[in-house]
Design a binder for this molecule. Structure first.
Ligand SMILES: [Zn+2]
Length: 406
C-alpha cells in the first residue's frame, strides 16, 4: 500500500466515533414517508459533515404520485435531498451517494439503536444505510486530509426516497451520473463482505379493475364484480413466474370492495416485477396490458395498468469489472478478502449505471437482516470499509487509478 498507509491509519481510531454517529442517526426516525424526520435527519447530517467544508444545498423534491386505495392518484410529499459539492471544476469527478430514508415508519416499534452484544449494533437503518453514511464521511475526511485532495472534485447526494424507488431524486441522480466519472454508493456490503456486480431491474405497478356496484341481494346480476375480475387477473399475472426466464413477479398487495352487501365496483392490486434484461421490461408490460385489455373487453368492466420500471437492470460491463477488481485489490492490500457477486436487489447504483456512470454500490459496512426488526451492523467492519473506500479515493486522486474523462 506504499505511500497511502499513513493517510489511512487515522481511520482506525474512529470506530467509536462512527458508532456514535450511526446511533445518533438511527435514533432519528427517517422512514421514507416521514417528512419531519427526514428534515431533522438532513439538518443533523449537514452539521456532522460540516468539517468537509463543501458547498451544501438542501434540495426540495417534487411530491410523488401514488395510486390510492380508491384508484385515484394522490400527491405524497417527500423529504429533502442534501447535495454537497467540492471542487466541481476538477478534471476527475467522483460521485458519492447514500440514502437517508429507512423502511421503518414512526409507527414501527423498532426505533432505537443499541449494542445488543459486543460489536453488534442493532437498530433501524443502522446498516441500511446509516452505517454507509458514516463510512462515506470517513472516506471523504481521509481524502481531504491527504496531499492529493486537490486533484479530484466530488459531490455527495444524500437522498430521502431510495427505499421507495427514488421517485423524486431519480432525475438528480441521472444528472449527477452524467457529470461524474466514477460512482461510489454506500449501500451495505453483502453479509460475506462482497460487493455487488450485476443487479436485476425493478418496477412497481398498480393493476386497477373497475366494475359496477349494485345491491348484492336485489340486483346482483346488474353488478359487475371488480374483485372477482381482479382475482382472475392476479392468477394470470402470477403465471409469469417460471414462464419468462429470470423474471419474477410479486403481487404484494390487494385492495377492493366496501360492504358485504355491495357488489364491489373497484379492486386493485400492487405488483413488484424484477427483470434481468432491459427487453424483459417490455414483455412484462405488454403481458399486463394484454390482461387489462381482456378485462376491458367485457361488458361493464374496465382495467388499467399504472406504474413503471424505476430501476433498470445492470449487467456488469468491462468498466464495472475493472472497478470491482480495483476494489478487491484495495481490499487485499488492507487484508480484506472480498470478491463480487450478482444480486436480485436494486439500488441507486442501477439508476446511476443506466445514465452511464460506472458505480461501485455496496461500499457500506457488513451486517444483516436489513428491512427487519433484527437489522444489525457489525461494528468491527466500520474501520475496514472506511479504509477501503478511502484507499480507492486516494488512488483515484493520486492518479494511480484513472477514470474515464481524465
Ligand atoms: Zn439501502
Amino acid at each position: 500500500m506504499s505511500g497511502y498507509e499513513s493517510h489511512i491509519a487515522s481511520i482506525a481510531s474512529q470506530r467509536n466515533r462512527m458508532r456514535d454517529l450511526i446511533i445518533q442517526w438511527a435514533n432519528i426516525n427517517s422512514g421514507s414517508r416521514h417528512v419531519a424526520g427526514l428534515e431533522k435527519m438532513a439538518a443533523v447530517v449537514v452539521e456532522d459533515f460540516a468539517g468537509l467544508h463543501a458547498t451544501v444545498e438542501r434540495i426540495a423534491l417534487p411530491a410523488q404520485s401514488v395510486v390510492a386505495a380508491d384508484g385515484t392518484l394522490h400527491q405524497v410529499p417527500l423529504g429533502p435531498a442534501i447535495s454537497m459539492v467540492k471542487r466541481p471544476k476538477s478534471r476527475r469527478r467522483v460521485f458519492l451517494g447514500i440514502h437517508a430514508d429507512t423502511v421503518y415508519s414512526p409507527a414501527n416499534p423498532f426505533q432505537k439503536a443499541c449494542e445488543t452484544s459486543p460489536g453488534k449494533l442493532t437498530g433501524p437503518g443502522v446498516l441500511d444505510a446509516k452505517g454507509g453514511l458514516a463510512v462515506l464521511l470517513l472516506a471523504l475526511e481521509t481524502l481531504e486530509k491527504s496531499p492529493w485532495a486537490g486533484n479530484i472534485g466530488w459531490e455527495v447526494l444524500i437522498n430521502p426516497d431510495e427505499e421507495i424507488g427514488s421517485p423524486g431524486s431519480g432525475p438528480i441522480l441521472a444528472a449527477a451520473a452524467r457529470r461524474n466519472h466514477l460512482g461510489l454508493v454506500f449501500e451495505p456490503a453483502l453479509p460475506n463482505g462482497n460487493l455487488v456486480s450485476d443487479r436485476k431491474g425493478s418496477g412497481n405497478f398498480t393493476f386497477i379493475v373497475r366494475g359496477r356496484s349494485a345491491h348484492a341481494g336485489r340486483d346482483i346480476t346488474v353488478g359487475r364484480n371488480a374483485i372477482a375480475a381482479l382475482a382472475e387477473a392476479v392468477v394470470r399475472i402470477n403465471a409469469v413466474l417460471g414462464r419468462m426466464d429470470a423474471v419474477s413477479v410479486n403481487v404484494g398487495q390487494i385492495e377492493g370492495g366496501t360492504a358485504l352487501n355491495v357488489v364491489p365496483a373497484l379492486a386493485l392490486c400492487r405488483i413488484n416485477v424484477r427483470v434481468e434484461a432491459q427487453e424483459q421490461q417490455a414483455r412484462v408490460r405488454s403481458h399486463l396490458e394484454t390482461i387489462a385489455a381482456d378485462i376491458s373487453g367485457r361488458e361493464g368492466f374496465s382495467a388499467q395498468v399504472l406504474g413503471d420500471f424505476h430501476a433498470p437492470p445492470r449487467a456488469a460491463d468491462a468498466a464495472m469489472l475493472l472497478w470491482l477488481e480495483r476494489a478487491c485489490a484495495c481490499g487485499a492490500e488492507l487484508g480484506l478478502n472480498i470478491s463480487w457477486q450478482g444480486s436480485g436487489g436494486t439500488c441507486d447504483g442501477n439508476r446511476l449505471a443506466a445514465n452511464g456512470l460506472t458505480t461501485l454500490d455496496t461500499l457500506g459496512p457488513v451486517g444483516g437482516e436489513i428491512h427487519s426488526p433484527q437489522e444489525y451492523l457489525l461494528l468491527d467492519s466500520l474501520v475496514p470499509r472506511a479504509s477501503l473506500a478511502a484507499l480507492l479515493l486516494l488512488k483515484v486522486a493520486a492518479g494511480e487509478y484513472g477514470c474515464s474523462g481524465t
